[in-house]
Design a protein around this ligand. Structure first.
Ligand SMILES: Cc1ncc(COP(=O)(O)O)c(C=O)c1O
Length: 360
């Protein structure tokens, strides 16, 4: 068996070293005589593993003591509703930036609970850049400002924050742990795990403590940050396997030198691929404004889209998988999260170059 280079946007590649450890522990985890999936979440072995995973995440991200870390279910999509339910606290509206498919979805769900003030909107151009902050129309009476710092489908990313007194809520599903962020500048950070954290089924929420405790009593209690904080995310059975595996990814990240070291690697990987695309004499192109380009999800188009099917079938044969772009965008997309090596990116570039030679 040989493992492919997996460019999937999510569920995405996991570090091979982590998968090997999990494989070795599959039948007997520690001295439990069972797999981690078969033991109680309330027993000592799992409780210790869960607590260690949280501590490692706190260390990696520098999460301040006045923030609670929750290990939840429901994906980032559940947070599209949980955020307004927890944060509106009597206010009637919330600010949202609209920079891609996922912010659009977050807005649609928020509209079920409040008025949404869209502070910037690039939908008409097809999400090709992030408007500079002086173009944003913030409403300071809103309950919070929601942003999507990396749009997984359009491949649009920004790493700055507007100056505002509103709590900033960020859907970091596809950028968490890929570069350092200053957690203290946010009210809530949330992410589905299946890109840079671990398997699908786990959602991380990092919430500033003063924003907890204002949940309406007629909404699902599992979405109440207070309920989940009071029970250490174990009000009901948590996704134990995903939590355990995420913990192993956090340990692996520490061994790699932490988030700053990953950010360097990620910058080099992305620069290498963009440089090749930009230098391909128009055979390939990336549609996103240079200053808004994602380091994690790199869409690219072939000038001759009649070649798309060939490109995909030949790349697959070359063990370069999941390169098909999202159906709303077309073309290709290479997702290069933490577990994708520079070797994988170089293998993709070698393939792209020989495909170009064969078809020019
Ligand atoms: C930025 C972003 N937000 C939200 C989601 C939805 O996540 P989930 O499927 O975990 O609900 C995704 C999924 O790809 C995403 O990339």
């Amino acid at each position: 068996m040989s493992r492919i280079f997996n460019f999937s946007a999510g569920p995405a590649a996991l570090p091979e070293a982590v998968l090997s450890q999990v494989q070795a522990e599959m039948l007997e985890w520690g001295d439990t005589g069972a797999s981690v999936m078969e033991v109680s979440h309330r027993g000592k072995p799992f409780m210790e593993t869960a607590a260690q995973a949280e501590q490692d995440l706190r260390d990696l991200m520098g999460i301040p003591g006045n923030y609670t870390v929750l290990f939840l279910q429901g994906g980032a999509t559940a947070q599209f509703s949980a955020v307004p339910l927890n944060l509106l606290n009597g206010k009637k509206s919330a600010d949202y930036s609209l920079t891609g498919h996922w912010s659009k979805k977050a807005i649609a769900d928020a509209k079920r609970f409040c008025e949404v003030n869209v502070v910037c909107d690039t939908s008409e151009e097809g999400y090709k850049h992030v408007p500079s902050v002086d173009e944003w129309q913030l409403d300071n009476n809103a309950a919070y400002l929601h942003i999507t710092p990396n749009e997984t489908i359009a491949g649009v990313e920004f790493d700055w924050l507007p100056e505002t007194d509103l709590p900033i809520v960020a859907d970091v599903s596809s950028t968490i742990l890929s570069r350092p962020i200053d957690v203290s500048k946010y009210g809530v950070i949330y992410a589905g795990a299946q890109k840079n954290i671990g398997p699908a089924g786990l959602t991380i929420v990092i919430v500033r403590d003063d924003l907890i405790g204002n949940f309406p009593n007629n909404a699902p209690r599992l979405m109440d940050y207070q309920v989940m904080a009071d029970s250490d995310s174990m009000n009901n059975t948590p996704p134990t396997f995903a939590w355990y595996l995420a913990g192993k990814v956090f340990t692996w990240l520490k061994e790699q030198g932490g988030i700053a070291a990953m950010a360097d690697k990620n910058r080099i990987k992305a620069e290498t691929l963009y440089a090749y695309i930009d230098g391909s004499d128009g055979f390939y192109s990336n549609p996103v404004a240079v200053d808004s380009r994602s380091r994690m999800n790199i869409p690219f188009l072939l000038a001759n889209s009649d070649l798309d099917a060939d490109f995909l079938s030949q790349s697959q044969k070359a063990d370069l998988h999941s390169l098909k772009g999202h159906r709303s965008v077309g073309g290709m997309r290479a997702s290069i999260y933490n577990a994708m090596s520079l070797d994988g990116v170089n293998a993709l570039i070698d393939f792209m170059d020989s495909f170009k030679t064969d078809n020019s």
